[in-house]
Write a protein that binds this ligand. Structure first.
Ligand SMILES: *Cc1c(COP(=O)(O)O)cnc(C)c1O
Length: 378
């Protein structure tokens, strides 16, 4: 988009998405994986960044397998990466078989009943259709449970008639490397793999799982959040790059005397004479209301506190200590980005970076850029 071609655009806040950073994050994960293949999880519109832009960027880095949650997401992704394997995590709902087949979507089969239905559907045209087998190892969300798995072992031929691409399972607590659940799930997955009546490649690790060590890698990793800069765990520096930057415009700056209430409910009262900048970003843009009084934004390289309640379209920021030149109407402040990352904001808001990213509003003007390694968004 040509930034000068729209006067309206100049008036609103912007969201810049650096596909170069996404690509570098993918490369960093590949390095960790030391030769193991790496899929891209682009469900929920690429965690809010735009699956139609993220997926081709990953394809250019050699990514050949993509996971989405819903069939609808899969159908929309299909023409974007025409030669990729597109997999649908939510399974095979009754009546959707022909849609999967028509668009060459690979269902992640989560139950015996789905396996039987997919085999029967393919069998009608004499084909063995591709699928992924999902087994539950402790998450208790999706995948064959213990009883179904036992029945697989006791029923010869139950896996016949399908072209199995992968056996997968999902970690429940990989973001905490000390949680004994990780090793328990790993042992369970290995056992299931060994008992399989037929060999198939395996996929186990999400983003955090990649950082648990090579024992968790198997044949294909399935990272989502790490591609988008989310930290793999709460400990140590984050080796990944934040590819997004949200900038809100300052609409007005006012000086209030000490002991003045600001915003809805006057939930914040100035402890001193303060300069307050009103910025065009609110919960309708995905700036969570739970960031009221605890969020920070970056202005001229300085972190400034969000004071008072986050409202639908606006936040109020204490810019008393910011360089006065930057705190003027029309100037942009970084609401979320490399300086105040989604993880940082999520920590104080009592949520996770995933929720902040997938809540990104539709009102921003979106700019996609592709920075080279030495020209980051920072
Ligand atoms: C969402 C999801 C992933 C990706 O998880 P991240 O924590 O974002 O890396 C991988 N596998 C499954 C089954 C998922 O649902």
């Amino acid at each position: 988009m040509n930034p000068s071609d729209s006067a309206a655009e100049a008036a609103v806040s912007r969201l810049t998405i650096d596909l170069g950073a996404v690509r570098r994050n993918y490369r960093r994960l590949l390095e960790r994986l030391g030769g193991v293949a790496c899929a891209g999880v682009v469900k929920a519109d690429g965690y809010g960044l735009g699956a139609e832009r993220v997926a081709p960027a990953l394809w250019a880095e050699g990514c050949r397998v993509f996971f989405v949650a819903t069939l609808d997401e899969a159908v929309r992704l299909r023409p974007v990466v025409p030669d990729a394997t597109v997999c649908c995590l939510n399974g095979l709902l009754p009546g959707t078989e022909a849609v999967f087949d028509e668009h060459r979507i690979v269902p992640v089969l989560n139950a015996l009943e789905q396996i039987a239905r997919w085999r029967t559907f393919g069998g009608r045209s004499g084909r063995q259709l591709p699928a992924i087998l999902h087994v539950d190892t402790g998450m208790n969300r999706l995948g064959l449970g213990d009883d179904e798995w036992t029945s697989v072992l006791e029923t010869p031929g139950v896996l016949d008639g399908i072209d199995w691409l992968y056996l997968i399972s999902h970690l429940a607590s990989a973001d905490d490397p000390d949680d004994p659940m990780n090793a328990r799930q790993l042992a369970g997955f290995q056992q299931i793999r060994q008992c399989l009546p037929r060999r198939m490649p395996a996929s186990f690790a999400n983003s955090s799982g990649i950082f648990l060590g090579s024992g968790y890698h198997f044949d294909l990793a399935r990272p989502g959040i790490a591609l988008y800069g989310g930290r793999p765990n709460a400990r140590g520096p984050n080796p990944l790059e934040c590819p997004i930057r949200i900038e809100g415009r300052i609409l007005q700056v006012r000086t209030v005397p000490a002991s003045t209430g600001v915003g809805y409910g006057s939930s914040w009262t100035s402890p001193r004479e303060s300069r307050i900048a009103t910025v065009a970003a609110g919960y309708a843009d995905g700036y969570l209301r739970s960031l009221s009084g605890v969020g920070t934004v970056a202005l001229g390289g300085r972190s400034c506190p969000v004071v008072g309640r986050v409202s639908m379209d606006l936040i109020t920021v204490d810019v008393t200590d910011a360089p006065p030149a930057g705190a003027t109407p029309g100037a942009f402040v970084e609401v979320l980005g490399p300086t105040v990352t989604p993880d940082d904001a999520a920590d104080v808001a009592g949520t996770i970076g995933y929720e902040l990213l997938t809540s990104l509003g539709r009102r921003y003007v979106r700019h996609y850029v592709e920075s080279p390694a030495d020209d980051r968004l920072a």
